[in-house]
Ligand binder design. Structure first.
Ligand code: ATP
Ligand code: MG
Length: 436
């Protein structure tokens, strides 16, 4: 994690807050005059802590600004035309702030690249070239960039501000189901497909660079900033001052070896991120970064089936393809990967019989992504036997015997045998008399 400057002892609270506020530039002249008048008129307290508290309550200052003023820090709250409102987080490349564009009344996120990263003109030139491409990106699964600039040695990039949390934060708070991770992976792959089509390879796909909005949309963060890791080989993992840039835990083998990368490298990183989000473990674990890098280069991941035994084999196949060691064995485009992931969320066609013992458990997708399969109801079972009565037309003379056969079959049989014996006896007697 980058450290920017050494920690200094906390400065004393300023005796008067007004000059500090004035110097910061966060308020317009009119807003500042209004606050000043209210303090002079006794409407606002003069005590710095009480005044700061009041100004936060009345939304004149943000909490973050007030804390800085009470620490007697007036600098760094205005970047170009943006007023910093809050700190959103920090990473290996710099810090991210929530800011307000006064004239457009727009909330934005500003990433200020640490000066240590911007070590030479070549990096700045590559950053500027990449920003031209980043400016063209316009996709629901990509954070939009509005502006990028350089003030002195400081590079910054202005993006749309999105309410949500990165998947690294999300994973720390609550585990994600396989279906949620598949949906996240599919959305991220769509965002990456758009970036790749514009000629941008991310180079740093990882859970902290995937933002999950409050309405569960995934936005790929930090597109175009991967060049800061690549532009100068000496900054690939550790700068001269020991600042770690990027992490190898999601890097493709070709990137870890310092070879040329293309979009398929991002797909490998997406596969590593999905593996991590689904299992809480890394596919290439190890005590040290060197060990983890060695495993990745030697192609010895821990098969996901060893960490989670309950995953459907179709999902394991897709993950294995994302994580294939050689780029040509992976999905060849991010769109292809997105399609394969989306297909896992579609309900499978069910066999016509109601019981389907050979259907693998389909992970439950998020509500919007699931096309609910309406079970086909089985044909209504009829347990009432249908009795068909067949009544043949017997000759009149035979009907008494037929009736007897239906009601008393044994008696009918005996009567028939008796009748036939009698007829035979009579016939035999007549023949014998005739022969005499
Ligand atoms: N456009 C944005 N809207 C809202 N929050 C954002 C935005 N961009 C970044 N953030 C927040 O800022 C945090 C810090 O981002 P940052 O990129 O500095 O961290 P990182 O990804 O861990 O490190 P790095 O990318 O430098 O390796 C993110 O985790 C995210 O929560
Ligand atoms: Mg980031």
């Amino acid at each position: 994690m980058a450290t920017f400057g050494k920690p200094r002892p906390a400065p004393a609270v300023p005796p008067d807050l007004l000059p500090v506020i004035r110097q910061s530039g966060v308020l317009t002249d009119k807003q500042f005059a209004d606050v000043k008048d209210k303090v002079a008129g006794g409407d606002y307290p003069a005590d710095p802590a009480a005044l700061a508290d009041r100004l936060v309550k009345e939304n004149v200052l943000s909490d973050y600004q007030a804390k800085r003023f009470l620490a007697n820090k007036s600098h760094g709250l205005v970047v170009g035309r943006y007023v910093i409102l809050d700190r959103l987080g920090s990473g290996s490349m710099g810090r991210v702030y929530k800011a307000h564009h006064l004239m457009m009344d727009r909330l934005v996120a500003i990433k200020i690249i640490a000066p240590e990263i911007v070590s030479n003109e070549r990096i700045i030139a590559r950053f500027q070239r990449e920003m031209k491409l980043v400016g063209r990106l316009d996709h629901p699964n990509v954070i939009r960039a509005f502006d990028a600039d350089q003030v002195g040695k400081i590079l910054y990039i202005v993006m749309e501000y999105v309410q949500g949390q990165s998947l690294a934060e999300r994973m720390r708070k609550k585990s994600l189901s396989p279906a949620e991770v598949i949906d996240i992976g599919a959305q991220a792959a769509l965002g990456l497909a758009h970036a790749h089509a514009q000629g941008i390879v991310h180079r740093d796909v990882k859970p902290s660079n995937l933002l999950l909005t409050d309405d569960r949309q995934v936005k790929v963060l930090d597109l175009g900033l991967g060049v800061l890791m690549e532009a100068d080989n000496s900054t690939s993992f550790a700068t001269a001052d020991g600042i770690t840039v990027g992490t190898i835990d999601y890097m493709s083998p070709e990137q870890a070896c310092g070879r040329e990368v293309d979009g398929r490298s991002d797909l490998f990183s997406l596969g590593c991120s999905m593996y991590h989000l689904m299992t809480g473990a890394l596919p290439y674990p190890g005590e040290s970064p060197i060990e983890r890098m060695g495993r990745r280069i030697k192609n010895s991941p821990v098969p996901i089936t060893q960490v989670r035994r309950d995953l459907p084999s179709a999902l394991v196949r897709v993950l294995d393809k994302l994580l294939a060691h050689k780029p040509h064995e992976r999905f060849q485009t991010a769109a292809e990967a997105a399609e394969a992931l989306q297909a896992l969320l579609r309900p499978r066609p069910r066999p016509p019989t109601p019981a389907a013992p050979n259907v693998e458990p389909v992970a439950e997708p998020k509500a919007e992504a699931r096309v609910e399969a309406k079970p086909v109801p089985p044909p209504e079972a009829s347990y009432e036997p249908i009795i068909i009565r067949i009544t043949p037309e017997y000759p009149r003379w035979f009907r008494p015997l037929a009736r007897l056969a239906e009601s008393r079959p044994r008696a009918a049989l005996a009567a028939t045998i008796l009748g036939l014996t009698a007829a035979f006896g009579v016939g035999a007697l007549a023949a014998w008399l005739a022969g005499k």
